[in-house]
Unconditional design. Structure first.
Length: 453
């Protein structure tokens, strides 16, 4: 790269009165040299094409110097981190202290939190020891919802293709599901969270007393750090929209027969299957909370009887967990809304992890399309109303069926999104997906399941 008067420029640099300071600061040296060229008389100018042709070299040089600069002068990075912490502190309502010795900023951004009623925008700030869960109040101002320590935290990824932008955060005090705008953004968050959790655990293990470690291992011998422990860690609540029936008794929910969440496992259950209340360790253990029958039978022996002054999570009434009250409630309401389903429809849950493929499909029923959840397992196609239902609406053995694509559009749907199941003597079952890739995956999985091996 030819630069006029380059020799004269460097001679001027080394004779300059700031050469001692610049020699200690490589980035400053580079910037000073580049600025110097602007004041050195030049007989000719570089053409724009030549500059653009060599611009990538300059960019690579600046990147290299930038990395080496912060390696040699780590105090600059510390100063930037302090400024970032101050900026975050000023954007939060109240007087919550965010700036602490040793705390480093890692990542921040908006994610959609999956709540009972739908998706809600939330702001998250990740530090090397803490995850801040914030709610936007106005532009640039946030309110703290929760402070989640990274100790004991775990990141979980769903296996269903329909939820590839989602991931779950499981911690001792709070667990929830988040959705990013894209798979790339989700992966960035997963990598950042996983790295921060691992580094935090490594740092803690270095300074933790060995005797204390053994004591904690004895108390939680059945659990690895970060894994979910019933009653000791907050569960991820299953959203209402993904369940249409009680996940224990399969009773169908209606406007009056409402959904309830088990505070121990996060399942959606009916009032009949959640008539018991016990204290939970992750919620302090001094109040009693609604749990399902399964969790009550598992945790009841661990917790024993509830405190005399225990309170429910919904009101201030004192509730004692007494067997005769629980039995009486069952006798009066147990069969309300319960359906007698064939056992074959209960064999596979909608979220079965051993399935070949699962996801939402649009099924042609009469003159309209209906969106439902489908699962292929053991060469059988199961149909559900929602993605977390525990019993299927119907099951169709796939052996003997032909899986066919379409050669033309059908009912205003592009042919690349359509496929159908055909069988001699039966009406075809027509489906469509939302993407070409999803259609190809379903056709391949169904063809494999329709062949007897």
């Amino acid at each position: 790269m030819f630069i006029p008067n380059l020799k004269e420029a460097f001679e001027l640099v080394f004779k300059n009165e700031y050469n001692i300071l610049i020699s200690r600061n490589k980035l400053g040296y580079l910037l000073f040299t580049l600025n110097l060229f602007a004041i050195v008389p030049c007989k000719s100018q570089l053409s724009l094409s030549a500059f653009l042709h060599r611009a990538h070299r300059v960019n690579a040089l600046l990147h290299s110097v930038y990395q080496e600069y912060f390696t040699e002068f780590p105090g600059i990075r510390t100063e930037d981190n302090a400024q970032k912490l101050i900026s975050i502190q000023n954007s939060i309502m109240g007087h919550k202290e965010i700036i602490k010795p040793g705390r480093l900023f890692v990542k921040e951004g908006e994610l959609m939190k999956l709540s009972r009623k739908g998706m809600q925008p939330r702001w998250f700030v990740l530090f090397n020891d803490l995850l801040l869960y914030l709610t936007p109040v106005q532009h640039g101002v946030y309110r703290i919802n929760h402070e989640l320590p990274l100790t004991g935290m775990k990141v979980a990824i769903p296996i269903q293709q329909d939820y590839q932008n989602e991931f779950s955060i499981i911690s001792v005090t709070r667990s929830f599901t988040l959705a990013a705008r894209s798979q790339e953004e989700r992966q960035e968050w997963i990598v950042a969270l996983t790295k921060a959790i691992e580094e935090n655990a490594s740092k803690r293990s270095t300074f933790t007393n060995i005797r204390l470690q053994r004591r904690m291992q004895d108390r939680n011998s059945e659990d690895d750090e970060g894994d979910f422990v019933l009653g000791r860690k907050a569960p991820v609540w299953i959203p209402d929209a993904r369940v249409t029936m009680c996940q224990l008794c399969t009773s169908e929910f209606t406007v009056t027969f409402r959904r309830h969440h088990c505070r121990a496992c996060g399942k959606v259950i009916c009032s009949v299957c959640s008539s018991n209340r016990i204290p939970l360790a992750y919620l302090g253990g001094n109040k009693v909370y609604r749990v399902c029958d399964e969790c009550y039978s598992k945790l009841g022996t661990e917790t024993g009887s509830t405190p005399e002054n225990g309170e429910t999570d919904s009101d201030n009434q004192q509730i004692a967990v007494k067997p005769h009250l629980r039995t009486e409630h069952r006798h009066t309401n147990r069969h309300r809304g319960k359906r007698n389903l064939p056992s074959v429809l209960k064999e596979v849950c909608a979220n079965d992890q051993g399935s070949t493929i699962s996801g939402y499909l649009q099924k042609r029923i009469g003159k309209s399309w209906k969106k439902e959840w489908f699962v292929v397992k053991d060469k059988v196609l199961y149909e559900y109303k929602a993605s977390e239902d525990v019993a299927a609406l119907s099951s169709t053995p796939l052996l003997g069926y032909n899986i066919e694509s379409f050669s033309e559009d059908y009912e205003n749907v592009n042919m690349s999104l359509l496929f159908q199941l055909t069988h001699p003597g039966q009406a075809p079952i027509v489906f469509h997906t939302d993407s070409v890739g999803s259609t190809e995956r379903w056709i391949a999985a169904l063809k494999e399941a329709s062949i007897l091996e």
